[in-house]
Design a protein around this ligand. Sequence first.
Ligand code: NAP
Ligand code: MG
Length: 502
Amino acid sequence: MGPATLDQTGLAGEAARRFLSSPRRMLIDGTWVEAISGARIEVLDPATGGALTSVPAADARDVDRAVAAARRAFEGDWSDMRPVERERLLLKLADLLEARADAFAELEALDSGKLLVMARHGDLSIAIDSLRYNAGWATKIEGATITPSFRYVPDLRFSAHTRREPVGVVGQIIPWNFPLVMAVWKIAPALAAGCTVVLKPAEDTPLTALALGELVAEAGFPDGVVNIVTGDGAAGAALVDHPDVDKIAFTGSTEVGQTIQRRAAATMKRVSLELGGKSPVVVLKDANLEQAIQGAAMAIFFNHGQVCTAGSRLLVERPIYEAVVEGLGQVAEALRLGAGFDPASQMGPLISARQRARVKGYVEAGEREGGRLVAGGDAVSGPGFFFRPTVFADTTPQMQICREEIFGPVVAAMPFDEPQEALRLANDTSFGLGASLWTNDLSLANRMVPKLRAGTVWVNCHNVLDPAVPFGGLKLSGYGKELGHSAVELYTEAKTVTVAHV
Ligand code: NAP
Ligand code: MG
């Protein structure tokens, strides 16, 4: 079942082909510009390894221009705009994205290796819904009123209130696994709150962020409110170090997140971090077997395992352990690998040759350390960065494949004998992003949920994220909740106003 070789670009619609037909520029102060250095980055289709187009490779000078534009915009018309105007602009952006959803899905599938059908019905829907959800927050940001008891001036009374004001210029740095969704999850709440942004997409997947930039201009956002700077990690680092950036919102690896937190201390920037995970899928013996097997498969194989909340550790109560492992192995072996535009494909390639080599390295470590390989384990020969969905059984908590984030379609299964042991194993990790419980015993689930050290616990589901539901991690998975009402809090600061009743 090798992947089909397709020149996918030829299968895209006219709008996407037109977008790809010339080298792209980046968006600074409402203008499409090259990097000052003139350097460029080639953008690849992971299903074929072929080049799609190229984008500018920004350095610190370009970042400086973008930050200056964002600062001017923040202090200019944008800060005088009524909340309802910001709401209207975000709703307009959502409408424009909805109208171009097919072209965006094609670009996303080509750039990231996603299945076209997933990009169209998953990523695009989430991005559009998130814009509309956050648009509503622009007019609903509230402070508090407080009556101080201050007694040092006996005859004077006071009142106080808090205003939630935008943080200012925000630097936003995102990864390659859900490029458009990540861009929207970052810019939408920041704009609703009244911030201006400099967004740095991942160098592997800059295309839909740039396409979104075209819609930002078309929607009528003032110049400089949204700047999109393409480049590598050095461009991200320049944003983190820039003295005129008030806050960094980052999604990516724990390692880079730790670097950002350290470097941000120099300017005391606000930082929010959505980092890696090693999320457990806990299947209790009373669970619906078929649902649990399908659920565990989706938890790890969705988006080819390149999901921060991927269910990469599978803990199964012993009476059903063999059945779940065997069922999952069968699902893995049956998944059809192929290019995103091929309707027969059920799983696409990994993002890059580098990522595929990394995943293979973990599989070799798993075998060396004594894991039992039940399915997959290999890259697929031929073009593109395909890797077979992989199931390890009989793993132990100390193995590298149980401790480190692989960020690929590799799951490590192990049995447990009672719920208390499941909790101990589930929490035996330096990460704390997601966890799922599979059971029909509601009382047991209710007892276990508070004991799981994770930012999100799913019951009989996994990887369900919604614009209205707060999302974020504990421990090395980062801090600062995105989505829901929490997202607006990330992009506002409370100012206290105390008034003497003279
Ligand atoms: P990454 O290397 O951390 O990169 C993330 C972003 O940071 C990219 O835009 C990257 O630019 C940029 N960057 C790299 N070095 C930087 C530096 N020193 N300073 C500032 N920015 C820098 O992660 P990735 O390889 O893209 O994505 C995989 C990882 O992200 C996984 O560990 C995964 O768990 C995590 N992730 C977490 C979440 C979440 O919500 N918690 C979501 C998705 C992914 P380049 O692309 O140019 O290198
Ligand atoms: Mg790409």
